[in-house]
Design a protein around this ligand. Sequence first.
Ligand code: ZN
Length: 87
Amino acid sequence: MLLASTALILATLAGYAALCTVSPFAVCRTCSGTGLRNTRRRSMKLCRRCKGRRYRLRTGRRLFHTGQHIHQAGTRHTADRDQEFPA
Ligand SMILES: [Zn+2]
C-alpha cells in the first residue's frame, strides 16, 4: 500500500514536472485569459494578477526558477563557465 501510494505520488510529480517543462505558462485564473477585469462602474481594467498578459507562470516552473537562482547565487563564477555557455 505504501509503495503503491509512493509510486502514485512520484508519477504525479513527474507528470507535473513534464507539464511545466512543455508548457511553462498557463491561462490566468483571475481573468480567465482575457487580461481584463470588471470594475463596479462597468469599466474594464487590466488584470492585476497577470498585468494584462493573459498568462501566468506555473507554480512548478516558478519553483524551478527560484532553485536556479539560488544555485546560481551559490555557485562560484569562473571564466571557464563563460566560455562553456556563451551568452
Ligand atoms: Zn489575468
